[in-house]
Design a protein. Structure first.
Length: 471
């Protein structure tokens, strides 16, 4: 690997416009740091690409030597796929241009953008791109895996709002994919993750929105079961303007939290209303009646504030481990297990995240994109969040234990952006009946599995024509 790294460096150096960083050089340590401290790695080279030709050269050099290559946008991969030991990191962090066309409500987003990069540019003209909830997340990884967030019910998944991709494929070609050009690749890129190439530009649809009503409240441990039962039934008939997320966790030790709840198991409700505030008032008030009255707040916030309010809860360098799944219906037995689980949470920052999808995301046909399950509206993410390596075993074991108890009631399926690095066996489960089709597209565009640091879809028949693979 060291020899291959030297060969790649020598090959790239004469024509590379960006930065090439190796261990021991100034800037390397900062450049190799990623979001999840559980996945710290030491790449042989970090290639900070300045443009598309740099990406092409990096792919070509790595492919020619057989060196392992990772693709990094924001370094936010839960599984740590944005880095590697000894290999090459194709780093897009210098490619963060956003070009907005307000009249057409469209934007072009470079492959290295963070969500905050996009929000800053689109909010200048009162528009939004539906994305995630932490502004330092890399947009590429989020979009390619599907992309859920505050606006999913109103405007659909992030990938539903992409109208075209430009990418560098495994043979270093620049390829466009949209509904007219390479439509099967366009289908696969919307939910299929980083299996097909390095996306250098997204063409996306935007929507008018500058503020929302944000309501928050905490339900004590004794009220969690009633809250979840209400939420389960309430959201089935809720308007698409309402997004109601519930986190089961230990209440923070802050002044905003009533003293009797601090450090205790609670259900934290966060609701947004994207329509007329007066129209949304009865929906928000109904939800907040199930919360401790001293913990309740409701206010109009700017979209920029909404998109950054969770940033400090998920900082770079902490240790994260997840398991995720869907419920077609959150039955009483599963609610009982969730109530039991929150009482045993091992870390004050760990959360059981519950969201109800549906709305615009459910209106897209199951076969229109590669994205996994749209039919099961309840999505759960068990997210462990801690700081000390000595606590790794306890936190990971807790997540696995809770997941194993809940899994019998879940529907088969998993959201790839919520998967840890030890779940390769669940990747086919993510795509259900779309598996054969996504394997066919992978086999055509990346027959040697060059792009394998991802929730990987292995190629099947090397070099077979795409038309034959899809038959």
């Amino acid at each position: 690997m060291v020899e291959a790294s030297e060969e790649v460096y020598s090959s790239l150096r004469p024509r590379f416009k960006g930065e090439l960083l190796r261990p021991g050089q100034p800037g390397y340590e900062d450049a190799r740091a990623i979001w999840n401290g559980m996945a710290a790695r030491t790449p042989g080279i970090i290639a900070r690409c300045a443009d598309v030709s740099d990406v092409q050269n990096a792919v070509r050099a790595a492919s020619g030597t057989g060196i392992l290559a990772a693709v990094r946008c924001g370094g936010h991969s839960l599984a740590g796929f944005s880095t590697c030991d000894g290999g090459l990191v194709i780093d897009l962090s210098r490619m963060r241009q956003v070009t907005v066309d307000p009249g057409a409500r469209r934007a072009r987003i470079a492959g290295g953008c963070l969500l905050g990069s996009i929000d800053s540019a689109t909010q200048e003209v009162g528009l939004v791109f539906p994305s995630g909830v932490v502004s330092h997340t890399g947009a590429s990884g989020l979009i390619l895996g599907g992309g859920t967030g505050w606006l999913t019910r109103r405007f659909g998944l992030s990938c539903d709002n992409v109208e075209g991709f430009t990418l560098v494929t495994a043979d270093s070609s620049v390829v466009r994919a949209n509904s007219r050009e390479n439509p099967d690749l366009f289908w696969a890129l919307r939910g299929g993750g980083g299996n097909f190439g390095v996306v250098t530009e997204f063409e996306v649809q935007l929507h008018p929105l500058t503020s929302v009503v944000l309501a928050e409240g905490l339900s004590p441990e004794s009220g969690i079961r009633e809250l979840l039962e209400c939420w389960r039934d309430f959201m089935a008939e809720a308007p698409i303007d309402l997004k109601w997320n519930i986190d089961l966790r230990l209440a923070p030790q802050t002044k905003k939290v009533p003293g009797e709840l601090r450090g205790r198991p609670v259900a934290s409700s966060s609701l947004i209303w994207t329509g007329d505030p007066e129209t949304g008032r009865p929906y928000l008030e109904r939800a907040l009646t199930l919360c401790n009255p001293d913990s309740v707040s409701s206010k109009i916030v700017s979209f920029m504030n909404l998109q950054t309010m969770a940033d400090s809860d998920f900082p770079h360098g902490r240790r994260y481990y997840t398991k995720s799944g869907y419920f077609a219906y959150l039955d009483d037995s599963s609610i009982d297990l969730l109530v039991e689980a929150v009482a045993t949470i091992p870390s004050s920052e760990t959360q059981i995240e519950l969201a109800y999808l549906g709305g615009a995301a459910a209106r897209i046909g199951a076969d229109e994109t590669a994205f996994g399950d749209r039919s099961s509206p309840f999505i759960m993410n068990l997210l462990a969040n801690w700081s000390e390596p000595s606590a790794d075993a306890g936190n990971v074991a807790w997540i696995r234990g809770v997941f194993n108890k809940l899994r019998p009631a879940m529907k088969s399926g998993v959201y790839v952006n919520f998967m840890s690095g030890d779940e390769q066996d669940r990747v086919p489960e993510a795509y259900h009946e779309r598996w054969d089709r996504i394997v066919a597209v992978k086999s055509h565009y990346d027959p040697n599995n060059f792009f394998r640091l991802n929730q990987n879809v292995p190629p099947r028949k090397l070099g077979a024509p795409l038309s034959r693979l899809l038959q």
